[in-house]
Design a protein around this ligand. Structure first.
Ligand code: UT7
Length: 337
């Protein structure tokens, strides 16, 4: 089930040269939610670590969030949109069924030279996309790419289901990657995996080919996300620990070498539990779920952007991205900044 990069050290490296993020202005607190469903601030904070999440208006779409994050990443890197060769948007809440959200971003930022497509791997979409771009850059065929994680999960949230509606938020994060020769740094290694037998733990069933929009749904709630939280929780900790360990081993690195652990922000307890098993001290574990909730594919790039802008990481640091999500899918990237 695991597919790994080759063991050689390539001359071409995918180096992150810019980052940016964007969240909608409107927020929803735990107290707001306690007026909508039978829950409390105390339950949500204790069980998930979440205090507030950002919520899009009807006018704010996934492509809009992705575009704003992309613009910030380009500004950070002082890089022209016209020079970008590829745009990948990781999302499970795309602008439309088709065309891809990435095409909307390409048009909005004027990236005339870029080819563009979306990746659907739920919360692992961003780490999956980085792995793909890493391979393309190491082969020497790709010079620059924008990888964006963007989600409007609150548009498929069931506000009557207290087991899921407290978890999710909207936002986008982006990184610019550039191929550098003999840089010695960049994405060092990635490990990805999937287990499709676990699809029932977390999904949104309506409006695909199995339940097309024109057919009446047997259950109207199929238009919303449905989760079996406990099942996801248990799998997540195990897969996160496995992926990170595997990745570091292939890089001949140990956990002592890691300067910052940036996990998908799905639940503060899951992150803490995985970090504890990996023996990582608190100061090397980045957590911002309290401010955003779970933003699926957007959570790792939003966290990375905050980390960079807060000066928590610097050039030469070893950082780890890791995610687990619907599918089930999971993956980790080890990066020398
Ligand atoms: O990124 C991938 C997507 N993320 C996930 O799938 C999330 C992964 N799972 C989780 O984060 C956790 O499993 C949850 C936060 C969803 C739930 O936490 P838990 O500690 O696993 O709670 P539980 O589901 O075992 O429920 C415990 C109790 C239940 O009541 P009983 O049966 O013990 O009486 C639930 O009905 O808590 C109840 N409960 C709530 N109570 C107040 C469930 N949701 C709520 C709520 N407020 N919002």
């Amino acid at each position: 089930m695991q597919s790994n990069s080759e063991d050689r050290l390539p001359a071409n490296r995918a180096v992150i040269t810019g980052c940016g993020s964007f969240v909608p202005a409107k927020t929803l607190t735990n107290d707001d939610l306690s007026k909508m469903v039978d829950t409390s601030d105390e339950w949500i904070v204790t069980r998930t670590g979440i205090k507030v999440r950002h919520v899009t208006s009807d006018e704010e779409t996934t492509a809009y969030l992705a575009t704003e994050a992309a613009k910030r990443a380009l500004e950070y890197a002082r890089y022209s949109a016209e020079d970008i060769e590829l745009i990948v948007v990781a999302t499970i809440t795309p602008e439309m069924v088709f065309p891809s959200t990435a095409c909307f971003v390409q048009n909005a930022i004027g990236a005339k030279k870029a080819w563009a497509f979306d990746v659907s791997a739920a919360c692992s979409g961003f780490v999956y996309s980085l792995h793909m771009v890493q391979q393309m850059m190491e082969s020497g065929r790709l010079n620059s790419a924008l990888v964006i994680g963007a989600e409007t999960l609150t548009k498929i949230t069931n506000w009557k289901d207290r087991t899921s509606c407290i978890l999710f938020g909207d936002g986008a994060g982006a990184v610019l990657l550039q191929r550098k020769q003999d840089a010695g740094r960049g994405i060092l290694y990635s490990t990805m995996g999937a287990d499709g037998s676990a699809w029932e733990s977390l999904n949104c069933r309506a409006h695909g080919s199995r339940h097309p929009a024109r057919k009446p749904l047997e259950d109207p709630d199929m238009i919303f996300m449905q989760i079996k939280g406990r099942e996801v929780y248990q799998q997540a900790v195990r897969r996160i620990v496995e992926s990170v360990t595997d990745c570091l081993t292939h890089c001949n690195l140990t956990l002592d070498d890691v300067d910052m652990f940036i996990s998908h922000q799905m639940n503060a307890r899951i992150i803490e539990s995985a970090a504890k098993r990996l023996n990582l001290p608190d100061e090397k574990v980045f957590v911002n779920i309290q401010n955003y909730g779970n933003t699926s594919a957007a959570s790792v790039p939003i966290a990375f952007d905050e980390c960079m802008r807060q000066g928590r990481v610097k050039k030469g640091d070893i950082i780890v991205f890791v995610a687990f999500g619907a599918g089930a899918t999971w993956g980790a990237n080890v990066i020398e900044l």
